[in-house]
Design a protein around this ligand. Structure first.
Ligand code: AMP
Length: 120
């Protein structure tokens, strides 16, 4: 996997409206939708609207407004899902060693049950 953004990745197509998603939340900075292959009772993905491959790419190249807006969107989704008291796990996989499948930066929100071991 490359660190150069690929416009044909599946999340870019979701952002462009070419592929549908089960939307949870959207604003100027982020889109949140249910993962198509959930790994927990609640599994939502939050993606920034800009073209970034990884967390590192995002933090280094996005504007301050984009970084704040994206993180606020994650917090908004946590509130919407009503999981702020019961808890959740945020995960962002990056590149080969991180096991990243889709090369558009995203944060997984896993919740709705005890998520279990950090690594199995
Ligand atoms: P990662 O391994 O961190 O890149 O995770 C990519 C995630 O995207 C996986 O959990 C997939 O199940 C999920 N995914 C792939 N295609 C879609 C899609 N069309 N809609 C929703 N989630 C998807």
């Amino acid at each position: 996997m490359t660190t150069k953004y690929n416009d044909n990745n599946i999340f870019a197509k979701i952002l462009a409206g070419v592929i549908p998603c089960n939307k949870v939340f959207e604003d100027n900075y982020a889109l949140a939708f249910y993962d198509i292959s959930p790994k927990a009772k609640i599994h939502v993905l939050v993606i920034p609207k800009g073209k970034f491959v990884t967390y590192h790419d995002f933090i280094n190249n996005a504007s301050a407004d984009e970084v704040i807006g994206y993180n606020k969107a994650i917090s908004t989704v946590i509130n919407m899902l009503n999981i702020s008291d019961s808890g959740y796990r945020l995960i962002s996989n990056a590149l080969e060693h991180g096991g990243q499948e889709v090369p558009h930066f995203h944060t997984h929100i896993l919740a709705g049950e005890v998520i279990g071991a950090m690594r199995s």
